[in-house]
Ligand binder design. Structure first.
Ligand code: C5P
Length: 300
């Protein structure tokens, strides 16, 4: 049984003061984009996980034991449903590893729907969303896909009405960034200051509803950009390079280091991508959003 799940970007990532549980309250607008991981699950005598990927990916960083996001998802679903079968999991990755695009969360979401189908559970959507929230802040959105507003630590997801399609140039980094390290740097940047609770961005939602790309370009915002740039100063040059190449807006994806650039059309995105590829061979691609969330692709 195979399922796919998409990468995400955050068109707006408003971050509030760290909570007692160590997480930060968020007000965020997710969009699922056309970079997909595919997870295949099979009945097996013992639990096992393998990973492949054609893009420039640091596959060595992906754990192949019970820390793997897809394995954790399969184990949680099995435990909650009294399933005692073992499963062999294969992950074919397109989503950058430790790139701020929720690749691990996509694997968890794909594993949930693939195992649900393999074991014939037909779990209600609400149940899968609850398990997803236990697995990680971005996993519920990887199930929902499209464009959505999220609050809490990212796990309370409400689909948003948006018009049309959006073309993005994605620039990967050779080395990943640790999400906890970037949030910790956020705390350091704002130490001793009053950080307000994050607000949902009304103007950005209006730009999405009316497909006003110029306006959307200037309204893109990520509160983790400053801390990520403090940890990786060259990201500032990557972001500036995209604007110089003619993009309508530049954005760090989540906790980074992947950067994304909004373009007015596929053709425009291909032009910007060509310019950016000159400095970054092999690490630049053009993708469309929004795309659907995790879904079963193949049976048998
Ligand atoms: O939920 P997830 O496992 O993706 O979170 C990874 C880490 O990112 C957390 O342990 C925490 O350090 C940080 N995080 C946070 N606030 C959030 C989401 C994640 O501080 N809303």
């Amino acid at each position: 049984m195979s399922a796919s799940a998409p990468a995400k970007i955050n068109l707006h990532l408003g971050v509030g003061p760290v909570r007692a549980d160590g997480f930060h309250p968020l007000a965020t607008v997710y969009q699922a984009i056309g970079l997909l991981d595919e997870v295949t699950v099979r009945h097996a005598p013992a639990n096992d996980v393998t990973v492949t990927g054609q893009r420039r990916l640091d596959l060595d960083e992906i754990p192949l034991d019970a820390r793997n996001a897809a394995v954790r998802a399969a184990m949680l679903l099995a435990e909650r449903n009294g399933v005692e079968e073992q499963v062999a999991i294969h992950i074919d990755k397109q989503i950058p590893v430790a790139g701020g695009m929720a690749g691990g969360s996509a694997d968890a979401a794909a594993a949930l729907v693939a195992c649900d189908a393999l074991w014939g559970l037909s779990s209600p959507r609400e149940e899968l969303l609850e398990l997803a929230a236990e697995l990680g802040s971005d996993v519920p959105f990887a199930l929902v896909g499209g464009t959505a507003i999220a609050t809490g630590r990212g796990e309370s997801v409400v689909p948003a009405m948006v018009l049309g399609e959006y073309w993005w140039v994605v620039v990967e980094s050779a080395d990943g960034l640790s999400t906890p390290a970037v949030y910790h740097e956020f705390d350091t940047v704002y130490a001793g200051q009053r950080v307000s609770q994050p607000d949902l961005p009304d103007a950005l939602m209006e730009a999405l509803r009316s497909h006003d790309l110029e306006r959307l370009g200037v309204l893109l915002r990520n509160d983790l950009e400053e801390p990520a740039i403090r940890l990786r100063p060259e990201l500032d040059d990557v972001l500036a390079g995209g604007i110089a190449a003619g993009a309508l807006g530049a954005l760090l994806s989540g906790s980074g280091p992947t950067c994304v650039f909004l373009c007015s059309s596929r053709t425009h995105a291909e032009q910007v991508s060509t310019v950016l590829s000159e400095g970054e061979p092999g690490a630049v691609c053009v993708v469309r959003g929004p795309v659907p969330g995790a879904r079963v692709e193949r049976m048998g």
